[in-house]
Design a protein around this ligand. Structure first.
Ligand SMILES: [Zn+2]
Length: 235
C-alpha cells in the first residue's frame, strides 16, 4: 500500500502532490521488491546491500538546476546534464542511489560537495518541488530521526559496512518511520522541504558518511564522502 506522509506543515496542494508522487514511488518500491525477491519474500538476499533493483524506474540523467550557479558542480554538458553521472554508486560494497529522490519529481543538483562560502559542504543538495518523495539511498536501518536547528527534520540511515546516509531539511517523514526500522533501497522515507533555521530554498541536503558511529559525536564524528566521486557498483 502507498505510504502516506505525516501532514504536519504540508499544505493541502502539496499534500496532493505528495500523495501522487508517493504512490508512484511506492509502485517503484514494489517493483524493486519483486525484482530482488523472485517469489521468496523472506529471502535475505532481498536486503543485501548489493541488491540492485534493475527493473526499477531510476533517474537516468541528472542536470544542474537551471538558472543557478552550482557550487562544486561535477562536469556537465551544454544542456547542464552531468557527463559522468550513473544512477548507482558503491562504497564498501554498499550500493547507493546517487540522487535519492523519486525520478518522477525530476530533481536537479543545486550544490555539489566541498568548500562553499568558506565552509565545508559535507553533502550535495538536490532541488525539486516541496513534497517530492525522498527515498532510502540504500538498504539499511534508520539510525537517527530527529529535528534540529541546523538540519531541520532529518533522517540518518545505517547501511552497514560503516556506511551511512543523512537526509536533511525534510518537510515530513513517512508515516510510521522510526529509529531501528529496516528500509529497502528506494523506499520512500520522507518529503522534500526546507526545515531548519534560516533555510529558505526547498532542497534535500544529502550526505554519504563513513566511519565508526560509536563515538561521542555519533553521526557527526563520521567522515563525509562526495557521492559523485564514488564508482558504480560493478566498476
Ligand atoms: Zn547541503
Amino acid at each position: 500500500m502507498p505510504r502516506q506522509l505525516m501532514s504536519r506543515s504540508v499544505n493541502s496542494r502539496a499534500r496532493v502532490i505528495v500523495a501522487r508522487l508517493i504512490l508512484q514511488a511506492s509502485c517503484c518500491a514494489l517493483v524493486m521488491g519483486c525484482a530482488t525477491t523472485q517469489g521468496a519474500a523472506a529471502d535475505p538476499v532481498a536486503r543485501a546491500p548489493n541488491a540492485v533493483p534493475i527493473d526499477a524506474p531510476i533517474l537516468e540523467t541528472l542536470a544542474l538546476c537551471p538558472g543557478l550557479t552550482v557550487a562544486n558542480a561535477p562536469m556537465a554538458d551544454a544542456d547542464r546534464r552531468l557527463t559522468e553521472y550513473a544512477a548507482f554508486a558503491a562504497l564498501n560494497g554498499v550500493t547507493l542511489l546517487r540522487a535519492p529522490i523519486a525520478a518522477a519529481a525530476n530533481p536537479c543538483l543545486s550544490s555539489g560537495f566541498g568548500p562553499r562560502n568558506g565552509r565545508p559542504h559535507r553533502g550535495v543538495d538536490y532541488h525539486a518541488a516541496r513534497g517530492a518523495p525522498i527515498l532510502a539511498a540504500g538498504a539499511g536501518e534508520v539510525r537517527e530521526l530527529t529535528a534540529r536547528d541546523d538540519f531541520g527534520l532529518m533522517v540518518l540511515i545505517d547501511h552497514g559496512a560503516g556506511v551511512f546516509t543523512r537526509y536533511a531539511h525534510l518537510d515530513a517523514v513517512a508515516d510510521g518511520l522510526a529509529i531501528g526500522q529496516p528500509v529497502d533501497l528506494g523506499q520512500p522515507i520522507g518529503a522534500m522541504g526546507s526545515s531548519g533555521a534560516g533555510v529558505r530554498a526547498v532542497h534535500l541536503h544529502f550526505e554519504v558518511l563513513t566511519g565508526d558511529y560509536e563515538t561521542p559525536k555519533r553521526s557527526f564524528g563520521l567522515d563525509a564522502v562526495d557521492i559523485f566521486v564514488l564508482p558504480a557498483p560493478n566498476a
